[in-house]
Design a protein around this ligand. Structure first.
Ligand code: GLY
Length: 364
């Protein structure tokens, strides 16, 4: 079994990914988390639940990489950061790191955050330019400063101080997509003219259904049973310069509690920022929700709190999407999205990688 896993790890590819249609093999064998009455009583952490890694769908190679590192005895934080580095350095992923789509001025500005369960510490960078691996810098903020968040020029200077080169992150592919966006700009930006909150058509707003929201989230439990998380992104494509999304905000783009579990998000960051959904998911799990139920709860919270006309469809439902991914300290995994039915996320355990269905609040 181990040998087969190692083979997959050395040359991970999407074809090698074992597909599973649900939580079979993870949650089913581990049982349901005990319901705990009262948010102050944390569930007892089992001695060993076996290692597990989860990620958004674009992290099918990342979960295998992270699992390989965990199997060597590493801390979950080092593992998840190394996992997402694969996507950060991939020029073909236009939603994360190098190759990510730029802001409205054609500049790639990156956001990333990490959280380390055993110490309860967090680190993040926002609007960092020219640094290929923002997740590594977020980890350095956690480990080598007494701060949590560094932004912009200060974040870049901190990275340079630690030996990271400033590079041009704008690939030709991303530059051409930006030029195309500029050339068809009129109805596709985030500047809003004066309007009534109930107005549906306010002229200059982009189509939120079709807009490009990338990002990768990855959480893991290591061999010692410790939990850590990372989220990294180039953020909303062609965003207003200086826009900070949910990814680098602790409690929004990710949250991790070593005694309870971890959660993270991709999709429309503004909705997540206004609901601190990753923190909400972890707190729901603390009270006994399964990871999937907690993620669905967060989707419903966002739907309930979305009230402005231009973000609602004709039936009063959000016209955008957000995805959540979670694991609990018992090793159960689950995820949900506002709009779906066919969505999946990536996971890996000691036997290899697999895909898990995302539950959906609404289906089309
Ligand atoms: N969720 C990624 C972003 O909105 O920036």
């Amino acid at each position: 079994m181990k040998k087969e896993f190692k083979t997959r790890m050395t040359s991970p590819s999407r074809r090698d990914f074992i597909r599973k249609s649900s939580l079979v093999g993870v949650a089913a064998t581990l049982g349901t988390a005990p319901r705990v009455v009262g948010a102050v009583t944390a569930p007892q952490k089992p001695k060993s639940v076996g290692p597990i890694v989860i990620s958004s769908r674009n992290g099918s190679d990342s979960v295998l990489k992270a699992m390989e590192i965990i199997q060597s005895g590493a801390d979950a934080l080092d593992a998840v950061v190394a996992g997402v580095n694969l996507v950060e350095e991939d020029p073909n992923d236009t939603s994360v790191g190098y190759g990510g789509l730029p802001n409205a001025d054609g500049i790639v500005q990156l956001d990333a955050a990490v959280m380390h369960g055993p110490t309860g510490r967090a680190g993040s960078v926002a609007c960092i330019e020219g640094i290929k691996y923002p997740s590594k810098i977020a980890q350095l903020v956690l480990e080598r400063t007494d701060h949590v968040n560094l932004v912009g020029k200060g974040a870049q200077e901190f990275a340079v101080m630690h030996g990271y080169p400033v590079e041009n992150l704008l690939t030709e592919k991303a530059r051409k997509l930006w030029v195309r966006w500029r050339e068809t700009l009129s109805s596709k930006d985030e500047y809003l003219p004066p309007h009534d909150p109930s107005e549906k058509d306010i002229g200059s707003l982009y189509d939120p259904v079709k807009r490009h929201w990338g990002t990768i989230h990855c959480s893991a439990i290591d061999l010692a049973g410790n939990i850590s998380s990372v989220t990294t992104t180039s953020g909303l494509a062609f965003k207003i310069p200086g826009r900070v999304g949910d990814s680098p905000i602790i409690g929004a783009g990710l949250y991790c509690d070593n005694e309870v579990g971890a959660a993270g998000s991709t999709g429309r960051g503004e909705a997540n920022l206004e609901n601190l959904a990753s923190f909400l998911i972890v707190e729901r799990m603390r009270e006994g929700d399964t990871p999937e139920a907690a993620c669905l709860y967060a989707c419903q919270r966002i739907a309930d709190h979305t009230r402005v006309g231009h973000l609602l469809d004709d039936n009063g439902r959000p016209n955008f999407n957000v995805q959540f991914y979670a694991l609990n300290a018992q090793g159960e995994v689950g995820g949900a999205e506002i709009w779906g039915g066919k969505g999946k996320f990536a996971a890996a355990n000691a036997d290899g990688g697999f895909l898990v269905d995302l539950a959906a609040l609404y289906t089309r």
